[in-house]
Design a protein around this ligand. Structure first.
Ligand SMILES: C[S@@+](CC[C@H](N)C(=O)[O-])C[C@H]1O[C@@H](n2cnc3c(N)ncnc32)[C@H](O)[C@@H]1O
Length: 270
């Protein structure tokens, strides 16, 4: 089912409101309003089994904010490629980066028509910087690089942000090869930021995720901590390495400073 009132062929018209979508359920857990009853239902079914998912969603946004703050503030990165952006929320990548360095340039990539329909909110750049939105699939990294190069100078250090997207790639080896392909295209001094739902911490989380994956929603594959750490092979991990996200350089605003089933890290390309 799509919105019959929407213009034919528009992003709005392509939005399927009969199947729960990752970006919209995530938005629901983050406290946003850009979701449909089908997403609320799937989100509530999940929290009935595992209420901790709300903490996971919020902690991973906080991890992203601290990563971008570190990159823009301490490292001086001015270009960001954020794939699997999600629906606009508080502290999107460009807002955090441009607060510190207004000249920052950001390219967002997502393949969900709902995110495309809301992309305008992602495009409020400072006049000194730039933001762009690309409707593309992470399974086509070459196309992403080609379009990103229209906004970013990919010969200059760039941070690749992969926040809660790699689990959408069913085959782990394929996910790794896509990360390698993307990082290969970036110069020395670039950074990789990954965070993803993890196995081995909380069996109730794994049970809820298995049920969700069988519900008809686009599945999300939890990965072991070793699998998440392996995305950073060949790169120099920033301290404290790959950890549960609330433990990554916590600040005053970090919720739940204890291990949860969401691991991530940040690393520099030598
Ligand atoms: C769980 S949300 C994460 C949003 C945001 N990065 C965050 O961490 O808060 C996953 C996002 O990945 C997007 N996504 C899923 N599969 C994708 C694909 N194959 N290519 C591009 N984006 C994809 C979804 O549309 C959704 O916006």
């Amino acid at each position: 089912m799509t919105d019959p009132a929407a213009a034919p062929g528009s992003a709005q018209q392509k939005i399927d409101t009969s199947v729960p979508h990752s970006a919209r359920i995530w938005n629901y857990w983050l406290g946003g309003k850009d979701n449909y009853p089908v997403d609320e239902e799937a989100g509530d079914a999940y929290t009935a089994v595992f209420p901790g998912i709300v903490t996971i969603a919020r902690s991973s946004r906080a991890f992203l904010r601290r990563n971008i703050t570190y990159l823009a503030g301490e490292v001086g990165i001015r270009q960001f490629l954020d794939i699997g952006t999600g629906l606009p929320t508080a502290d999107n990548t460009h807002q955090v980066a441009q607060r510190i360095a207004p000249e920052s340039r950001i390219v967002y990539v997502d393949n969900d028509p709902m995110v495309l329909a809301h992309a305008r909110a992602l495009l409020y750049s400072t006049p000194e910087g730039a933001t762009a939105y690309v409707d593309a699939d992470i399974l086509a990294p070459d196309r992403i690089l080609e379009v990103a190069a229209e906004t970013l100078d990919l010969k200059r250090p760039t941070a690749l942000i992969l926040s809660n997207i790699l689990g959408h790639i069913a085959d782990y080896d394929r996910a790794r090869s896509i990360v390698i392909r993307l990082m290969d295209a970036l110069p020395s001094g670039s950074y990789l930021s990954v965070n993803d739902g993890s196995r081995g911490i909380d069996p109730v989380f794994e049970q809820a995720q298995d049920a969700y994956n069988e519900s008809g929603a686009v599945p999300y594959n939890l990965r072991t901590i070793d699998q998440i750490a392996a995305y950073f092979e060949g790169l120099e991990l920033v301290e404290p390495g790959v950890v549960s996200v609330p433990l990554w350089r916590p600040d005053g605003d970090t919720p739940a400073p204890e291990p949860i089933g969401e691991h991530g890290g940040l690393a520099r390309k030598p």
